[in-house]
Write a protein that binds this ligand. Structure first.
Ligand code: JFZ
Length: 570
């Protein structure tokens, strides 16, 4: 894991929080359809999915003429959306360079009738409008190069390729061009580190830094040597993360333009995803796939502009903020912090009364970012009868002051300091997350919680997970499990029989691939929910909980992808 204090070169990226991803290349011409057949899955992979010979795919270059491309409008869209950096595909897996390259004639200036260098135009525009430019570069997969990874229909199987030859003769020389032709570059976004050794990842990183020492390298350079880590595509962490993370996300399902993909996320969903990332200290890199003409789809523009409108009002809670100081989540409220201020971001308006537990600071002022004139009354107290539980009671307007997520800023007397125990929330719910679990007897020593809050290699019935938590209002509770799973890969998971013990009571049930959502809309990675039953909590104060597996798990993956136990009042 990277440590937070390595140096300052990460500062701009940590403060940015929100960036624009652009996937643009020859694949925008077929846009998902090759010789009359519509190929499912992501558009930029069509060469591989349709096993298109290099000779045929190359012909696309002769048709690439993006008359509507306009660097000024792309960059100003990113600015209007409130994004602080742009990462564009300088070369994707298809091997085609979107810039003038002397290393390979397979580039937009030499191989297309267009003959202009859009990367140069974007670089000039980014510097004019003051936004960081970063380059996606596919360092492993290159379906156009005989020694690049991934093309086994024109070339030898990957195992027989001379990968180092490709690194030496294409990757490094092209990185040199990208890092010397376009001014200062924020980062090289490497991807899909297949067949790359640790030595080779380190060699590439050192090479980038030898040309531009402040240029970051993405986690997908491989072998854990990136300046920060990438989550899976469209994956959102289950808890606050430790270290630097970014999640690359789509507006619909594809990255490269696909004419028939209209599984667009709503503005509400997008703001919620952004706010979720912010509350967990993760950067949100959101993609557009321009058409072959060079147009960013209107559906994308509308959505990004709406997010930008929200950010104009609420950016204070987003830029240069840190993750919630609390060890866990707060129901429908997301939290971020900056200096002495704590930001409560309400995705669901609680109505007139809201109680925040566990804040130890004195609140000096409470203000809405949407309307600073609204007066918010509050009282603070400490309940010694409930194990010194601090509470802040807020009297809010009945209607939410902002139409989407409303942000309430709490200015405190010092840097936020919170109760690190697991606390029952104002809505009486209790969350027992993986990252706060004690891991009991761990005979094989492999069970651990990943930095993104998901239990890994939990497959041994001898290994119990345990917690203790504070209850202020006893009662009857529904018990559910949240697992993070990939919709498209149910075979990875299987079924997990579990027993959950809460105080004296216990429930038994099963969770696993049966809980994967059948809903095809939304992202492949999602939080699936398994209802286990109901239990009674009969007293206030400290309660202990434990969860055990009913049998040893032998699935191909890493055991049960457990994120959280959720107790909700009946
Ligand atoms: C990769 C690319 O193959 C894809 O075309 C696109 O550029 C995307 C941003 O990145 O795809 C991946 C890489 C990693 C995961 C999933 C898809 N992952 O870790 O889950």
């Amino acid at each position: 894991m990277m440590s937070k204090d390595t140096s300052h070169f990460m500062d701009w990226w940590r403060e940015a929080r929100f960036g624009l991803f652009i996937h643009w290349g020859l694949y925008a011409i077929p846009a998902g359809v090759w010789r009359g057949t519509l190929y499912p899955w992501i558009g930029e992979w069509i060469m591989k999915h349709a096993r298109i010979p290099v000779k045929d795919y190359e012909q696309l270059a002769t048709q690439f003429y993006p008359v509507k491309f306009d660097a000024e409008s792309w960059v100003s869209l990113a600015k209007r959306a409130g994004m602080k950096y742009i990462t564009i595909t300088s070369k994707h897996h298809d091997g085609f360079a979107l810039y003038k390259s002397r290393v390979s004639p397979y580039n937009i200036v030499d191989a297309t009738p267009y003959k202009r260098d859009p990367i140069k135009e974007l670089a000039e525009e980014c510097s004019r409008q003051g936004i960081k430019l970063c380059f996606y570069y596919s360092q492993s997969q290159d379906w156009h190069h005989p020694n690049g990874i991934g093309n086994d229909w024109d070339f030898k199987p990957d195992e027989e390729k001379d990968f180092q030859e490709y690194l030496d003769n294409k990757v490094k020389p092209q990185l040199k061009e990208l890092l010397t032709q376009y001014g200062p570059i924020g980062m090289i976004w490497f991807d899909t580190p297949k067949s790359i050794t640790k030595e080779q990842s380190l060699e590439l990183k050192a090479y980038v830094k030898s040309i531009q020492s402040d240029c970051l390298v993405s986690g997908r350079i491989g072998n854990g040597v990136g300046d920060y880590a990438s989550l899976g595509d469209n994956q959102h962490p289950a808890g606050p993360v430790h270290g630097d993370f970014e999640t690359p996300c789509t507006l619909n399902d594809t990255w490269g333009y696909k004419s028939c993909d209209d599984n667009w996320k709503t503005v509400e969903e997008l703001i919620d995803l952004l706010v979720n990332c912010v509350s967990k200290g993760v950067n949100y890199l959101l993609n557009v796939g321009p058409t072959a003409e060079g147009i960013i789809p209107a559906e994308s523009i509308e959505r990004l502009e709406a997010v930008g409108q929200w950010l104009k009002v609420n950016g204070e809670a987003v830029y240069a903020t840190g993750a919630t100081p609390y060890p866990g989540e707060h129901g429908d409220v997301r939290i971020s912090q900056k200096g002495n201020t704590l930001y409560l971001m309400f995705k669901k308006w609680p109505g007139e009364r809201f109680t925040l537990f566990g804040l130890k600071n004195r609140v000096l002022n409470a203000r809405f970012l949407a309307d600073a004139r609204i007066f918010v009354e509050y009282t603070q107290s400490v309940l010694s009868t409930d194990n010194n539980l601090a509470r802040l009671d807020l009297l809010l307007p009945e209607e939410s002051p902002d139409s989407l997520v409303t942000v309430l800023a709490l200015d405190l007397d010092s840097v936020p300091s919170v109760d690190m125990r697991i606390l029952q929330q104002a809505d009486y719910s209790i969350r027992l997350p993986a990252h706060q679990a004690g891991i009991g007897e761990n005979p094989s020593g492999v069970t651990e919680c990943l930095p993104i809050g998901i239990m890994s290699n939990w497959n041994d019935p001898r290994t119990a997970l345990d917690w203790s938590f504070e209850v202020h209002t006893p009662g009857r509770f529904r018990v559910a499990l949240e697992l993070q799973m990939h919709r498209k890969r149910p075979e990875l998971y299987g079924t997990f029989p579990v027993t959950v013990q809460i105080g004296e009571a216990s429930v038994k049930g099963e969770a696993g691939s049966i809980n994967i959502s059948r809903d095809e809309s939304g992202d492949p990675f999602h939080t699936a929910r398994a209802e286990l039953g109901e239990i009674d909590i009969t007293q206030t104060g400290t309660i202990s909980a434990a969860m055990r597996l009913g049998k040893a798990i032998q699935n191909g993956a890493d055991g049960m992808p457990f994120a959280s136990i959720v107790l909700e009042p009946k």
